[in-house]
Design a protein around this ligand. Structure first.
Ligand code: FES
Ligand SMILES: [Fe+2]
Length: 446
């Protein structure tokens, strides 16, 4: 009930002076450096670290998981990701030169292969014991890099624990055009990741950006599948239809959802796929980048959004680089999550049932990090399937006219459950057979 004028004059309720809202971040989730709990967990997975087409003839200094690294493509076309400082006298390899094989340091010309092996020490006589000794004993720190569909992925963990590179079913959807994008956030990665399992925020932050349907809260449900997969569904009434939208997180940072612009709930849609296939990658504790492909075509978002600005809208609702006034009038995800500060003081959050997705995944990630510290290797996405990994981020819109106003909540919940049962039932079908099976079953439902 709204407070009346008398209540509002009850000045004894002002508590600004007495209330201390300063708190600590959840460090076991937020920290990314080597040696920290979550930093070590993150180092056991492959992460995208750059858009391949943006790496030219010169090396590039980048930051990943708190490490300053140099990314380069040698003249043979092989990618290297190496420690910034040369093991000789610590010059930065960002000023080095890409060679036929490897990178040459600018200071004394030592050449390193992409795996960190010393190939040349040109200032010393060939075959001298010093050269031989250095080549046997010294290596430049290096990490494996894999180019895939225009994104460069790297693995920064112990080489002996390198996991298989996961292949998700979203990579093979027929006629889908996948365009790499990168959107930077000036805040801790957990702040950005949280939003994928927070279907409530779309009703408030994104209503005017995507479609009116996003403004409906609908019936929200959360699922934890396996040890690393979390789903949040929103089932909304749009006229005579029910729109079931599925958001997806595979730990530690793989995310998908439904479309941003192709679906507004007004027309039938059967297992329409995600507008993005995306990872939230920490640069350090206070900065991260959402690396992704925007997915365009019949089952993704419309081709007209396949532009830099279009993908910024898909990623966070609005374009980047707007004036402060514009950002205040129409905030997107960047404003919501950067406004929390460089690292949010999670300790002072007041979580409610709508935040259950956030609570579930954070708790599991903290557990996996503690298990790793005790020596238990973390589960991998490749454990989820014997080959291609099935994913769930999607939109389904079924014809379900309102039966009674009082029980529409039940109908929404029931429809959401039926759609999810169909998605889960087809887990063992290999792609693309799984999609066909899901679509046929959904058509029979709707
Ligand atoms: S510092 Fe790199 S070769 Fe000397
Ligand atoms: Fe959002």
């Amino acid at each position: 009930m709204a407070a009346n004028t008398q209540d509002r004059k009850n000045f004894s309720r002002y508590c600004g002076y007495h209330q201390n809202w300063e708190g600590e971040p959840l460090r076991d989730l937020a920290e990314t450096d080597s040696g920290t709990l979550s930093g070590e967990l993150l180092r056991r997975y492959w992460h995208p670290v750059h858009i391949a087409s943006e790496i030219g003839a010169r090396p590039k200094l980048i930051k990943v998981l708190g490490e300053e690294l140099v990314l380069f493509k040698d003249q043979s076309g092989a990618y290297g990701l190496v420690h910034k400082k040369c093991p000789h006298r610590r010059a930065s390899l960002e000023y080095g030169r890409c060679e036929a094989h490897g990178i040459r340091c600018c200071y004394h010309g030592w050449v390193f292969d992409i795996d960190g092996t010393i190939l040349e020490i040109p200032g010393e006589p060939d075959g001298s014991p010093h050269v031989q000794h250095a080549q046997e004993q010294i290596r430049l720190g290096a990490y494996p890099v894999k180019e895939f569909k225009g994104l460069l992925f790297a693995y920064l963990g112990p080489f002996e624990h390198q996991p298989p590179f996961p292949i998700y079913d979203s990579y093979g959807i027929s006629e889908m055009v996948m365009t790499p994008y990168a959107v930077p956030f000036n805040c801790n990665w957990i702040q950005v990741l949280d939003a994928i399992v927070d279907p409530v925020h779309t009703a408030f932050l994104h209503q005017s950006q995507f479609s009116d349907g996003f403004g409906k809260l609908g019936e929200i449900e959360f699922y934890q599948r396996d040890k690393i997969r979390f789903l949040g569904t929103a089932s909304r009434r749009i006229g005579d239809n029910i729109w079931v939208r599925v958001n997806e997180l595979i730990l530690p940072n793989f995310t998908q959802a439904g479309s941003a612009f192709a679906c507004d709930g007004t027309a039938s849609r059967y297992f329409g796929r995600s507008a993005f296939t995306r990872w939230v990658v920490p640069l350090d504790d206070q900065h991260c980048i959402a690396y992704a492909w925007g997915n365009f075509g019949e089952r993704g978002d419309p081709d007209e959004y396949n532009t830099v600005e279009g993908m910024q809208k898909i990623e966070q609702g609005e374009i980047l680089g707007r004036s402060y006034e514009e950002r205040q009038r129409h905030p997107g995800d960047v404003e919501a999550v950067e406004g929390m500060g460089l690292i949010s003081d999670h300790e002072r959050e007041y979580l409610v049932p709508g935040d259950r997705g956030v609570t579930l995944y954070r708790r599991q990630m903290q557990q996996l990090a503690r298990n790793l510290q005790k020596g238990q290797p973390p589960p991998q996405p490749t454990d989820l399937a014997s080959s291609v990994i099935p994913t769930y981020g999607s939109d389904t819109v079924l014809y379900r006219p309102l039966q009674s106003v009082t029980d529409d909540h039940g109908l929404l919940r029931d429809t959401g459950t039926k759609v999810m049962d169909i998605l889960f039932d087809s887990d063992n079908d290999p792609a693309p057979k799984r999609d066909e099976r899901i679509i046929n079953k959904l058509k029979k439902l709707g």
